[in-house]
Design a protein around this ligand. Structure first.
Ligand SMILES: C[S@@+](CC[C@H](N)C(=O)[O-])C[C@H]1O[C@@H](n2cnc3c(N)ncnc32)[C@H](O)[C@@H]1O
Length: 264
């Protein structure tokens, strides 16, 4: 069963900006990808614009779609503040219907992994394919699971980030309950903000799930969804390190992969 349109993301926009302030390695590659779209482009699951805003600021036109109204409201406020304009739409990647067809649809930063079932994965791929012009491409950036990391994540709660935030810090502790049969990671994330003197000013606990995808499985999903050609390359090893951009080397477990699938 596929729930349609209007959903709530697990993070409010202000929390999103705070906990992903260090995620930078994909921004420049995303702008370059969008610049080479060769026609109208759409960023699906655009959130509050971490990737969309730099593209627009670089003069690269791109529409944005997301299903979370709070993220979209925040995106619109940021667009207005920066004097940028684009078409921003609320819609669900599994079931959207637009009059436009795109040369490029991009789904970055593991957002495709929010599809928790095969039915949802296929519905999203088919919907994207339907919205591509002939010869258009779908680009998905998502991590490839690594056996070591899956085991490591399933252990006790771990401090995974300690970032400067305003005059204090934001800290993140993650714990994963991994369902390695269904390939779904159920995450519990504790977030703690502190002030300049180290006093805790805010505590949040959030939950989210991601379904990770192995390479042969992704290829099969593309095939079943009606794509006839695709390619994959390692994008970068770490979202936090722009120097980790992979270039031309064989894929490794744990890589962040860039998948490209073309519509005939
Ligand atoms: C990891 S964030 C990525 C946001 C932005 N692209 C970025 O890179 O910062 C995932 C986004 O996917 C959106 N999302 C999750 N499931 C969705 C769905 N079924 N349809 C549309 N958007 C969805 C969430 O609301 C969230 O904004």
């Amino acid at each position: 069963m596929i729930a349609v349109s209007g959903g709530d993301y697990y993070l409010a926009p202000d929390l999103y900006d705070a906990v992903y302030a260090d995620v930078v390695a994909d921004i420049e590659p995303h702008v370059t990808l969008m610049r080479g779209a060769g026609g109208p482009a759409l960023e699906l699951c655009c959130g509050n614009g971490r990737l969309l805003l730099p593209a627009l600021a670089a003069g690269v036109p791109c529409d944005g779609m997301d299903f979370d109204p709070h993220m979209l409201e925040d995106l619109k406020a940021k667009l207005a503040m920066r004097g940028l304009r684009t078409q921003v739409m609320q819609g669900d990647m599994r079931d959207f219907s637009l009059p436009d067809r795109y040369a490029l649809i991009a789904i970055g930063f593991n957002s495709f992994l929010h599809n928790l079932t095969q039915a949802n994965q296929l519905a999203s791929l088919r919907c994207c394919r339907h919205h591509l012009v002939s010869g258009g491409r779908l680009v998905i950036v998502a991590f490839h699971p690594s056996a070591d990391k899956l085991i490591e994540w399933s252990g006790p709660e771990k401090l995974v980030k300690d970032l400067p935030h305003r005059d204090g810090s934001v800290r993140l502790w993650d714990h994963a309950d991994d369902d390695r049969v269904e390939q779904v990671r159920h995450m519990t994330r504790r977030i703690e903000f502190t002030d300049a003197s180290g006093g805790v000013t805010r505590r949040e606990t959030v939950h989210f799930s991601l379904r990770y995808i192995y390479k042969p499985e992704m290829e099969l999903l593309f095939r079943v969804a009606g794509f006839s050609s695709w390619q994959v390359r390692p994008a970068f090893a770490s979202y936090m390190d722009p120097a980790s951009v992979a270039g031309d080397r064989p894929l490794r477990e744990g890589d962040n992969l860039e998948w490209t699938a073309w519509r005939d």
